[in-house]
Each structure stands twice: as C-alpha cells, then as structure tokens.
Design a binder for this molecule. Structure first.
Ligand code: ADE
Ligand code: ZN
Length: 325
C-alpha cells in the first residue's frame, strides 16, 4: 500500500501551483506587520477561520484580499523562497510556478518587483537541488486590454518565465477571450496552458476552445473532459497534460474528482497530481497524492504513473526529463 512516506520521498514534479496560494498564515501575519497592513486578523487561528469556501468565487474572495500584504520585491522573494525550501524537503525536484502579476499591479505594486523577487528566490533555491520556472497567468476576469498590457510589460523579462496560463473566475470568461494574447505569447516562444473546469455550464466548450483553437500544451484541472470521448482522444493523441489537484477539488466534489483521474489513467492520458493553492486547501503535493491514494486505494504503480506523467508533460529539457522517466 501507499504510505505518506512513499508520497513524500518519491521524486516529484509540481506543475500546478499558484505562488500566491502558498502564502501561509505565519508569513501573512509577518508581512502585514512589517508593511503596516491591517488584514483584520491578528492570530493564526483568526486567519484560518477565514478559510471557508464552497466554490471558486468564494475562495477567490478570500484569496485576493490576502495578497495586500505583498508589497515589496523582498516580500515576493520570501514567499517564493519559503515555498521552494519546503518543496525541496518533500523531494519536489522540478516546479513550474504560476504567478498572477495583475493581482499585484492592479494594487500599485510594480511588475518588476513581482518578477524580480520571484526570480531571485528561484536562483537562490538552485542550491537546494530544486529546479524552478515561472508561468505568468492572465486573470481571465480582467479585460483583454489588461492582458495585452500585462504581456507587453512582461516580454522584456522573457528570460525569467517559460509560459503563460489563464486563471481566476472562469464563469463567462472563456479561453477564446485571450486568443490574441496566447497567439502572441506562442510567437514569442512561450509555452501555453489554461485553467479549465470549474464553470460546469460551459466547461467542455472551454476545454474544446483551449485545445483546438489555442494550442495549449496542458489543461489545468480539465479532468471533466471525460464527459467528451472525442476530446479525450485528442489529449491522448497529442500528449496533453491534465493537472489535477485533489484537495482543491474538494469544494467542487467531495470525491476529489478521483473517478475522472482514474478514468483518464486507464485511457493512458497524461494526467498528474498537484497542489493548486496549498496554504488554502490543506496540503502540499505529497498530501494531495496521499489523499487520493487513500480515498481510492491506489497502487504504488498508479502513483508512480501519475508522477511520471508530470515529468513527461513538464517543460524541462529532454536531458533532464530522461533522469526521471
Ligand atoms: N487562482 C488560484 N487558484 C485558482 C484556481 N484553482 N482556479 C482558478 N484560479 C485560481
Ligand atoms: Zn489553479
């Protein structure tokens, strides 16, 4: 059987992690104090009491206001370095980190401070034997024009990130809204991924757009693709990764969407396990593997397959991939 130690010690690739979602209550309180920001809570218990959500929108309503404590380059550095230290201890060997510049520039923080702080942490963490890259996400509930400006601001820093993604509130914000920005990012040599799933009403249409019209290489979440066998054929054929996050799925489905993950594994789709916003959903990547393994009585072989899928669909060089696959 699969033990917690097994999930912890196994070499892992993390492909679905929002750096802002690693802001632990301890650091949140420390930065609030240092930056003189009143967040309305003074103890760790008080902070944790605000962590109640039953859908994406109610989660985002807690998540964005908390980011006010992130003000300076050094704050972004500490956020990312704390995460990378913790990940390295849990044998995460490679991580592709999402960041949301618009969540910060919209409150007056400079793009440069955000990316320089995160990048400096990544460089320092190399000494810990963890290899990290950044993926810049557009907030899909912001305008196209805001996404255009953000990409223009980011392109001079192209050496500091490897791809673009799409996150935040999916309702009425289809992937195609950002077709132009994705096309421009691709032309600039960047990789592409997009969150797809939470909006039950249009989720299959969103997945279809992302895959067929926008050339994404991965889908974040996206496991409800199982409702459409033709789209499953497409992801199998094109080795598209699907990054599932069991613990963050608990607010949409108590069963963590494990049935979808297992069905995709059976079809030999490149589905993998990640942590989304670990400080808010009760666990880091090993906890996510372990929760799924326990709930579905997964075998070691199934866990290893999921871990291998993550390395295979990661954006590391082929030489580095060969070490893990
Ligand atoms: N931003 C941070 N976590 C997210 C998620 N799970 N879905 C959409 N946007 C997010
Ligand atoms: Zn996510």
């Amino acid at each position: 059987t699969v033990t917690r130690e097994f999930t912890q010690n196994m070499p892992k690739a993390e492909l679905h992690l929002h750096i802002e979602g690693t802001l632990e209550p301890e650091l949140k309180l420390k930065l609030a104090k240092r930056n003189h920001i009143n967040i309305g809570q003074e103890t760790i218990d008080e902070v944790k009491k605000t962590y109640e959500y039953d859908d994406l929108a109610s989660f985002l309503g807690v998540y964005y206001p908390a980011m006010n404590v992130l003000q300076h380059e050094q704050d972004f550095y500490e956020l990312a370095f704390n995460y990378l230290q913790r990940a390295a201890k849990n044998n995460v060997r490679h991580v592709e980190i999402f960041f949301d510049p618009q969540a910060h520039t919209s409150r007056g923080v400079s793009f440069e401070d955000v990316i320089n702080g995160l990048h400096r942490a990544i460089v320092d963490a190399r000494a810990l034997n963890i290899d990290a890259d950044l993926i810049m996400c557009f907030l899909r509930d912001f305008s196209k024009e805001s996404a255009r400006k953000t990409l223009a601001q980011a392109l001079p820093y192209k050496d500091m990130f490897i791809g673009v993604g799409l996150d935040s509130d999916e309702h009425n914000n289809p992937p195609l809204k950002f077709a132009r920005q994705f096309e421009d990012a691709k032309a600039a040599g960047l990789h592409l991924t997009a969150h797809c799933d939470i909006d039950q009403k249009d989720s299959i249409e969103h997945i279809r757009q992302a895959l067929e019209l926008m050339d994404v290489e991965r889908l974040d979440h996206g496991t409800n693709i199982v409702e459409d066998p033709d789209l499953v054929d497409f992801v199998v054929k094109h080795h598209i990764g699907l990054t599932s996050c069991p613990l963050s799925n608990t607010y949409v489905s108590p069963k963590m969407k494990g049935d979808e993950v297992l069905s995709l594994l059976e079809r030999d789709a490149k589905v993998s396990i990640h942590s989304d916003d670990p400080a808010y959903f009760g666990g880091y990547i090993a906890d996510n593997y372990y929760a799924l393994a326990t709930a579905y009585d997964l075998t070691k072989e199934q866990i290893i397959k999921l871990a291998r899928n993550a390395f295979e669909t990661s954006w590391i060089s082929d030489e580095k991939k060969a070490i893990y696959i």
